[in-house]
Write a protein that binds this ligand. Structure first.
Ligand code: FMN
Length: 156
């Protein structure tokens, strides 16, 4: 199994999660963990599995992740197994009714990433997943790195 994990990250939390996933998958074959700015047209060649992760920013993936999908042609992910993940703030910590309401309406980054991965021809290997940071910039909440490893282990 040849895996590519593409991530974007502003404060480093999503990168940490991506690297934990990479380590957890290393026994399954080659794994590359790439910042989205380093992805080029050759990056997807020969991959069996593609995981894409982003911080949730204003209920969405980052611009970088959205741009990445714009460059993938229709059917470009055919034959690849895919999974989407994000990092997000914990609503319990923020305790805002307004934010609860907005999140119910607009959600998090992992779901739109999952939709794009499948729209481009990928076969969903893992259900979209979100990992919590403390406050708005992190660090990761306790146990989230372990949960990220468990998440990818389900796809082995
Ligand atoms: C400008 C800004 C907007 C954010 N918007 C959201 C949001 O809509 N929903 C959410 O759960 N967290 C939101 N967050 C928290 C981010 O998800 C958090 O900073 C991110 O998970 C950290 O990942 P990173 O270290 O990889 O950048 C926001 C943070 C910032 C700074």
């Amino acid at each position: 199994m040849n895996t590519l994990i593409i991530y974007d990250s502003v404060f480093g939390n999503t990168e940490k999660i991506a690297r934990v996933m990479g380590d957890a998958l290393s026994e399954t074959g080659p794994v590359e963990v790439l910042h989205v700015s380093k992805v080029n047209s050759d990056s997807l060649i020969g991959r069996d599995v593609l995981l894409v992760g982003s911080p949730t920013r204003a209920f969405q993936p980052t611009k970088g992740i959205k741009q990445f999908f714009k460059h993938i042609p229709g059917g470009g992910l055919k034959g690849m197994k895919v999974g989407a993940f994000d990092t997000r703030a914990s609503l319990v910590d923020i305790n805002s009714r307004f934010l609860d309401f907005m999140v119910k309406l607009f959600g998090y980054a992992a779901e739109p990433i999952d939709t794009l991965l499948v729209k481009k021809g990928g076969e969903r290997l893992l259900q979209p997943a979100g990992f919590f940071v403390k406050d708005s910039e992190g660090p990761l909440k306790e146990g989230e790195a372990e949960r990220a490893a468990e998440w990818v282990n389900q796809g082995k």
